[in-house]
Ligand binder design. Structure first.
Ligand SMILES: Cc1cc2nc3c(=O)[nH]c(=O)nc-3n(C[C@H](O)[C@H](O)[C@H](O)COP(=O)(O)OP(=O)(O)OC[C@H]3O[C@@H](n4cnc5c(N)ncnc54)[C@H](O)[C@@H]3O)c2cc1C
Ligand code: FES
Length: 332
């Protein structure tokens, strides 16, 4: 058995306007979840993942928070159309961006809508552990700060254990590596949680590593896909190889020749199929399937646990065959 990737109805009970372009959707669903996890919604026939901003340890309701992305399909559709009483389809919560059992301090760096899972983690850490918690939250300007009052209230309630530091780009420019290092001073042994725009996360991770942080204690949740790989133009990217990929979707087998540097998801599309996917970056597991013959390796895996991989599960958007024949089966 794999994970449950099914879609289930979820009624929206409330919609909370957080900032001009960010709304929280309160969902009437009975699912258990862990702080820091996300669920995937299907609207406009498209799948998108959204993290919980609520904490299972402090909030009676499950909440996801969605920021409009300029030109984006799903985030804008949700803002423009969803009202209390509407029903949407969602997966059950999933995700690995969760707290470890450790007394180590928790240091979080978030930018923009990246505050969503961070708020969930912070609430749980403060409510269920004695850990010290510090957050550096970067935003464009004061009007863009999501959950400012919620974070400030937590700081008032936990004055000795919680610090929120707001960084506003319009006053201080983008966060620098020096500012990250200064924030971390004295807390090199912490667990670090990162969520925000890719350049912000890359800079933060670089600064933490340069400052001696243990890479195994840096946890990152990436919302966006990395920039597309540029074809070198020498034809190597799509060269046909001496092997095949068989894709089983809705019970039917389709076989295509292996192409160099092609993921299993891309092979499936080349076979004329339309299997599920969302982030195409190894973050959401929407594209999960099971390898039943041959082997494939993932370029990136931010979504599957070791035991799932051992059972043959793979993120098809990241899986590249390493044997001449591979069969990959999508669950119905
Ligand atoms: C694990 C995870 C958790 C997440 N949690 C959250 C969360 O809590 N809150 C949140 O707000 N988001 C979250 N996200 C991001 C979210 O899933 C969506 O990626 C985001 O809302 C954008 O989706 P969209 O459909 O609105 O935009 P898309 O339609 O996917 O567009 C994204 C960008 O691509 C551009 N674009 C689209 N099509 C084209 C094209 N043909 N050519 C050029 N450019 C194009 C758009 O202009 C836009 O800038 C999360 C993502 C992941 C993977
Ligand atoms: S589509 Fe998100 S992990 Fe593959």
């Amino acid at each position: 058995m794999g994970r449950d990737q099914g879609l289930y109805p979820a009624r929206i009970t409330r919609v909370i306007q957080e900032t001009a372009d960010t709304r929280t959707y309160v969902l009437d669903v009975p699912y258990p979840y862990r702080a820091g996890q996300f669920l995937t919604v299907k609207v406009c026939d498209t799948l998108r993942s959204y993290s919980m901003s609520s904490s299972p340890d402090t909030d009676a309701e499950l909440m996801t928070t969605v920021k409009r992305v300029p030109g984006g399909l799903v985030s804008n559709w949700m803002h423009d159309h969803l009202r209390p009483g509407d029903v949407i389809e969602t997966t059950r919560p999933t995700g690995l961006f969760c707290l470890r059992e450790t007394p180590a301090p928790l240091l979080a760096f978030c930018g923009g809508s990246g505050v969503t899972p961070i708020l969930s983690l912070v609430k749980t850490a403060l409510a269920t552990t004695a850990r010290r918690v510090r957050v550096l939250a970067a935003d464009r300007d004061a009007d863009s700060v999501i959950f400012g009052p919620a974070m400030d209230e937590l700081a008032r309630r936990h004055p000795t254990r919680f610090e929120i530091r707001h960084h506003l780009d319009d006053r201080s420019g983008y966060v620098t590596e020096d500012q990250v290092r200064e924030f971390v001073l004295g807390d090199r042994g912490a667990d670090f949680y990162l969520c925000g725009p890719a350049p912000f996360m890359d800079l933060t991770e670089r600064a933490l590593l340069a400052h001696g942080a243990d890479p195994a204690r840096i946890f990152a949740e990436r919302f966006a896909a990395p920039a597309a790989v540029v074809d070198s133009g020498d034809g190597s990217a799509d060269a046909e190889l001496d092997g095949t990929v068989s894709i089983v979707l809705s019970g039917k087998r389709h076989t295509v020749a292996q192409h160099a540097n092609e993921t299993l998801l891309e092979s499936a599309r080349r076979a004329g199929l339309a299997p599920p996917f969302s982030c195409e970056a190894g973050n959401c597991a929407t594209c999960i399937a099971q390898i039943t013959e041959g082997k494939a390796r993932m370029r990136v895996n931010n979504a599957l646990e070791e035991d799932e991989i051992a059972d043959g599960w793979i993120l098809t958007c990241q899986g590249e065959p390493v044997t001449p024949h591979v069969t990959v089966v999508y669950e119905d």
